[in-house]
Design a protein around this ligand. Structure first.
Ligand code: SF4
Length: 445
């Protein structure tokens, strides 16, 4: 039995692809090991989104090639977004790599890696120009998340064409799963382990179903998941503001199990910038979305992401973004410096912003947001909030780490819970907030 290990880089969507990749291999008799040094085959599921992510992927691949050279592992396979984007170049530059497999084969690795079993093997190269892969509830998964939470990918690829983004090239056009397929998968996972939270993901979850019926079917999907009532917390990530509707907000408002949380990436606030970014949404539509979420879902936490330093961004446009963030008082903000990516329409666009200016603007956004976030957290001191316990650090007696509904896993803050009780991972507790940090809450139960 061949031992396989996988390093999963990038976002939650890649993590899910990694679960399917390992699930498919385990179903075909591979043994999944967590330590790459014990593996016969080490796979890197890569990210190819922006410069920083590409560098991290390359460094990880090179590190595994060094381990292979030392005879500590058998084969190195590069999987996913970076392979999809630069398959040929990687093949030419990284001679030690044994397999380069794009984004169309997560569930099919066992067949593709078969030749690696033969020592006189030729390199495996499988990169399909237009990926069409879409998982379903029958795709075996090897969970890479703590048992009480799971990601459920409801669609693949993207319907939008933002001028700075290469994801549609790496993941292909938008394609949605069926509602039954998603419901059956949730039923399956909930049948296998005690789930406290599921996170619905895709490139643009709000466009769910549009490729099939020219209608936004996410409100219906959320209602059906809520009616299933199998999981206490259902969280929505990656909802493009242009596809958020009244029906969606109503579906979230009327169902307790749908977290009072939405990931609503604006990227910028100025209409000229939104046009140049080809975001397909106006400032007015985003303002309507924020206002309507806040009106219909009191206490909702809105997360957003912004890009600073997009080509041609004037000081005035940047000021506009800062003022917009100040007024909107988002609970959570992630910021990115524009990364010039070949293959994206913004590549080579006039008016590229110097790195130092991009960094300056990034720091300004984060500094302003830190004050906003601290204020939002301090306002909760003395209140009781619901916390989902994620872990209990072995070396800190009476301390537990968890999250409120306002914190998505991995990307947002956490709640630090002090308790004499023996709290379990996946347990919900009522925490009285006693203190607040910029991004975290502290309390007791
Ligand atoms: S919505 Fe835009 S930024 Fe997001 S994946 Fe699609 S094209 Fe890229």
């Amino acid at each position: 039995m061949l031992k396989v290990s996988l390093v999963s880089l990038g976002c939650a969507r890649t993590l899910m692809d990694s679960e399917v990749a390992l699930g498919g291999l385990a179903a075909q008799g591979y043994e999944v090991v967590s330590d790459v040094k014990q593996a016969d085959v080490a796979i890197v599921n890569t990210c190819g989104f922006i410069e920083e992510a590409k560098v991290e992927s390359i460094e990880t691949i090179l590190e595994l090639c060094r381990e292979k050279k030392k005879g500590r592992l058998g084969a190195v396979v590069v999987l996913g977004c970076l392979a999809q984007r630069y398959g040929k170049e990687l093949g030419e530059e990284l001679k030690e790599v044994d397999g380069i497999i794009g984004t169309n084969h997560y569930g099919d690795l066992a067949r593709l890696l078969e030749p690696l079993k033969n020592k006189k093997k030729a390199r495996v190269f499988e990169v399909r120009e237009k990926p069409r892969y879409l998982l379903d509830e029958h795709s075996p998964r090897h969970s890479l998340t703590p048992p009480h939470l799971a990601y459920v990918k409801i669609s693949e690829g993207c319907i939008n064409a933002c001028s700075y983004c290469v994801i549609p090239r790496m993941k292909g056009p938008h394609r949605s799963r069926t509602i039954d397929s998603v419901l059956n998968e949730i039923k399956k996972i909930a049948g296998e382990r005690k789930l406290s939270e599921i996170n619905l993901i895709g490139q643009d979850t709000a466009a769910f179903g549009f490729d099939r019926s020219r209608a936004f079917e996410l409100p219906l999907l959320l209602q059906k998941i809520a009616d299933q009532n199998l999981v206490p917390w259902v969280r929505l990530l990656y909802a493009h503001p242009g596809h958020v509707t009244d029906e969606l907000i109503d579906a979230m408002a009327r169902n307790e199990t749908i977290c009072k949380y939405v990931d609503f990436p604006i990227e910028h606030s100025h209409d000229d910038m939104l046009r140049r970014m080809n975001r397909g949404v106006s400032r007015a539509k985003m303002e309507w979305g924020i206002e309507t979420f806040r009106k219909k879902i009191p206490g909702v936490a809105i997360r957003t992401t912004v890009i600073v330093g997009f080509p041609g961004e004037t000081e005035e446009e940047f000021r506009d973004l800062m003022d917009f963030l100040k007024d909107a008082r988002f609970e959570r903000v992630g910021a990115f410096e524009f990364s010039e990516e070949e293959g994206a329409r913004a590549y080579g666009m006039d008016g590229q912003i110097p790195k130092a200016v991009k960094r300056e603007r990034f720091n300004a956004v984060m500094a302003q947001q830190m004050e906003i976030s601290r204020g939002i957290h301090e306002a909760q001191i003395g209140r009781e909030v619901e916390v989902l316990i994620d872990e209990r650090p072995a070396d800190e007696a009476g301390v537990f780490y968890g999250r409120t509904q306002a914190d998505a896993p991995e990307v947002d803050g956490q709640a630090i819970v002090h308790s004499e009780k023996n709290l379990e991972q996946g347990e919900f507790v009522k925490m009285r907030v006693t203190d607040a940090l910029e991004y975290d809450l502290i309390g007791a139960c």
